[in-house]
Design a protein around this ligand. Structure first.
Ligand SMILES: C=C(O[C@@H]1C=C(C(=O)O)C=C[C@H]1O)C(=O)O
Length: 474
């Protein structure tokens, strides 16, 4: 049935949308069950971050995930499905929660990717207090998703159709959103004004007690390593900052993306205007069309102030046995865990360098083919936490982290990302991150400690790592 545009419905897309929903309504009525309809509409080139900073209401749950150098970005807002889980089975429960939607999703038109189920996990399977309202596991499907893949942009509108749904208001809301976004492109320029403001007005006072606490934890970790309790532990420190004026994502996120184009820039909202934001260089996994890529990333050094100095520092990093050991432990863990899942990981040795604007790391990308039956969340579960953020052996390192770190890690160093019904997926490790809530910020940074680590050098390393967020938030 075609619904002709009426005088009261002059929206150009309304008739087609209504018609598409009508077909789903019939299916919902026949099956007497909900259907999840996921409609996509081409958009002119828009900046998903600019959209995110414009449309969502303050109470809307929202996620933003961008890889500037790959030309991929998703802005998602307004929860349609939002579920929280905790405990040991949180990955499996989140997986089941998404899987039960799979047979009920109808994508119109058919497309290779999406809709995107965003997932955030905390580092541990329980959280001390639900800081910022972030549960140990959250699965979020939003009504609106603006996606950019290189030079193509789409709006994905997700809607639940129940046997008794009234279609007209649903179709009108979608048609309005499409029309608004198709006219949105010029306002993307808004963000450029923030890119110009690169001056750093605030630096966290890293010499404060947190810096001393960190060095003490490194010293006690070294003692544990020398007692052979463990081989490696990542010691992390939270830095709390309160100031008179609010921390602003509309300033921080554009800055992070222009300064760290090789990182994943992200923002996940919690409760009470809290947001977990960051620029992570570490990919836990990406799966597209059956090809998995993950990163072993560990071993760090500063950038040099001249190209020659920079090259020298990079060469020293590549040859440094202590950094090589830190890196090898991560590589071995990832390879062993992927093999235990029946995969055949491929990588080249020795590691290369990943150079970010403030720091450089030893880096080994690892690839594997995965079957369509492989659940991305099962792989996320088996990879988290790698020794890049926990240690070796993992259980001993995690016990010490829980005993020694006075501040709950929350989402810091934990898996954040999305999966879609076709098994595509992208998860990062939530490092180089901060939890911001109005005028309060909690910044996190950590460093891998092995037998030859030096507490003062490790403090200098976490100061470098904090720089990304500190400058962006300033
Ligand atoms: C733990 C962090 O970073 C991790 C630790 C690294 C190291 O110790 O060399 C390097 C990259 C990350 O895997 C962090 O940034 O907080």
């Amino acid at each position: 049935m075609t619904v002709a545009p009426s005088r009261s419905n002059p929206l150009p897309h309304y008739p087609q949308i209504h018609q598409a929903l009508q077909a789903s309504l019939q299916q919902a009525q026949q099956a007497n069950a909900e259907r999840l309809v996921s409609l996509s509409f081409p958009l002119p080139m828009v900046d998903p971050l600019a959209v995110l900073l414009t449309y969502p209401q303050p109470h809307h749950r929202q996620c933003y995930f961008e890889s500037p150098s790959r030309g991929q970005a998703i802005a998602a807002w307004d929860a349609l499905i939002c579920e929280h889980f905790s405990g040991r089975d949180r990955f499996a429960t989140a997986r089941q929660a998404i899987a039960q939607w799979q047979p009920r999703i109808q994508a119109i038109p058919q497309r290779p990717e999406g809709p995107y189920f965003f997932c955030s996990f905390s580092f541990f399977d329980t959280v001390a207090t639900a800081i910022g309202g972030f549960a140990p596991a959250t699965v979020l499907l939003t009504r609106w998703q603006v996606v950019r893949q290189k030079q193509r942009c789409v709006l994905i509108a997700n809607v639940l159709i129940r046997p008794h749904s009234r279609l007209a208001p649903l179709a009108r809301a979608i048609a309005e959103q499409v029309s608004q976004l198709q006219r949105f492109a010029p306002s993307a320029r808004l963000l450029e004004s923030h890119w110009g403001r690169d001056a750093v007005s605030w630096q966290p006072q890293l010499a404060r007690p947190e810096g001393q606490q960190f060095q003490q934890k490194v010293t006690s970790t070294l003692a544990a390593i020398h007692r052979h309790d463990l081989q490696k532990q990542v010691v992390a420190q939270a830095f709390d900052v309160t100031r008179t004026h609010p921390f602003r994502r509309d300033i921080a996120l554009p800055r992070l993306r222009s300064r760290y184009p090789d990182c994943y820039i992200f923002s996940f909202s919690g409760e009470g205007d809290s947001h977990f934001i960051g620029a992570s260089p570490e990919r836990l996994l990406s799966i597209r069309q059956g090809r998995l890529v993950t990163d072993a990333l560990a071993g760090s050094a500063p950038r040099g102030t001249t190209p020659e100095r920079d090259r020298d520092i990079g060469q020293q990093l590549l040859k440094n046995p202590k950094e090589q050991q830190e890196h090898q432990l991560v590589l071995d863990f990832i390879v062993n865990h992927l093999e235990a899942e029946g995969l055949h990981p491929c990588y080249s040795t020795p590691p290369g360098l990943l150079r970010l604007s403030n720091i450089q790391h030893l880096h080994t990308p690892i690839c594997a083919e995965v079957s369509p039956q492989t659940s991305p969340l099962r792989l996320v579960e088996c990879l988290h936490p790698t020794p890049a953020v926990a240690g070796v052996p993992m259980a001993a390192a995690c016990d010490r982290i829980q005993q020694e770190e006075t501040c709950d890690r929350g989402l810091y160093a934990a898996p954040l990302g999305w999966i879609d019904p076709a098994g595509n997926s992208e998860f990062i490790v939530g490092i180089r991150s901060a939890l911001i809530q109005k005028n309060q910020a909690r910044l996190f940074a950590g460093a891998g400690i092995v037998a030859d680590s030096d507490p003062a050098q490790e403090l200098a390393e976490i100061q470098l790592k904090l720089q990304a967020l500190a400058e962006a938030l300033g």
